[in-house]
Design a protein around this ligand. Structure first.
Ligand SMILES: NC(=O)c1ccc[n+]([C@@H]2O[C@H](COP(=O)([O-])OP(=O)(O)OC[C@H]3O[C@@H](n4cnc5c(N)ncnc54)[C@H](O)[C@@H]3O)[C@@H](O)[C@H]2O)c1
Length: 247
């Protein structure tokens, strides 16, 4: 899809690798000024030093003050923030049933995936409201719609992200700010490489197309959702699951 980005600006979390990295590259190549949020600052600096329009911030999205300060700093530099794409996330321990889940692991997954997405959207919305324009994308997961056995914390956190998207979509529907989510099945990033093979097989076997999604397929759909081409859809979770979720 040939999207005209004009002078748009964006914040992308989880930009140091995986899906956030792929989306950041696409927007930076198109001339969008992008604030790259990730806890791995070294990796951000290594990968994005060639771009004059890249603004790396090493931070933890769980820390609301760090997020707010970085968001305000980026706004001061570029005078508007049009897009937020929340790609940072963690999977936690997998291949275990609910009675085997540690409190600490559950808590950490919920904090990064849910509180992190709340923190970034809370910090960006005042800036978007000033311009009556915005596009927010939360990266959820098919596990949040369907529930993956063996992945209680992760599936629960992604269901919460889908719930948050529905609420935020309705709350800002008359403000020019569209807020949607995307629910991928399996895309072979480092996150997936770190999951035990048996759990990955469980997830991929459920995909009717019998293959994993690709980074390009994610980027194409994400770009549509965060662009002006998406103008009458908000609060919705777009499917990217090769036919696994049909709702
Ligand atoms: N890859 C898949 O198959 C898949 C499927 C469904 C959903 N998702 C979701 O897509 C998103 C991206 O996944 P990915 O596969 O690219 O993962 P990844 O592990 O390759 O990359 C995640 C990035 O987020 C950053 N990050 C993690 N916690 C952070 C924190 N607290 N603060 C700041 N940065 C933090 C990491 O440093 C890393 O750069 C995640 O939300 C994931 O749950 C992925």
């Amino acid at each position: 899809m040939n999207i005209q980005w004009g002078n748009k600006t964006a914040v992308i979390t989880g930009a140091a690798r995986g899906l956030g990295f792929a989306l950041s590259n696409r927007l930076l190549d198109a001339g969008v000024k992008v604030a790259l949020f990730d806890r791995d600052l070294e990796e951000l600096e290594k990968k994005f030093s060639k771009y004059e329009n890249a603004f790396p911030y090493g931070l933890d999205i769980v820390e609301s003050l760090e997020v707010k300060n970085a968001m305000n700093d980026f706004y001061t530099k570029v005078s508007r923030i049009d897009i937020l794409a929340n790609c940072a996330g963690i999977v936690g321990k997998t291949g275990i049933r609910s009675h085997e889940v540690d409190f600490d692991d559950f808590d950490e997954v919920m904090k990064v995936n849910v509180l992190g997405s709340f923190n970034t959207s809370k910090a960006v919305l005042p800036h978007m409201l000033k311009k009556n324009y915005g596009r927010i994308l939360h990266v959820a997961s098919i596990s949040g719609k369907d529930g993956n056995a063996g992945m209680l914390a992760y599936s629960t956190s992604k269901a919460a992200v889908i719930g948050m998207t529905k609420v935020q979509g309705k709350e800002y529907a008359e403000s020019g700010i569209l807020i949607n989510a995307i629910a991928p099945a399996v895309i072979r990033t480092q996150m997936v490489e770190d999951i035990p093979e048996e759990q990955v097989k469980y997830m991929t076997d459920k995909i009717p197309m019998k293959r994993c999604g690709t980074m390009e397929e994610f980027v194409e759909m994400a770009c549509f959702i965060i662009s002006d081409a998406n103008s009458f859809t908000t609060g919705f979770t777009y499917d990217l699951s090769g036919g696994r979720a049909l709702y």
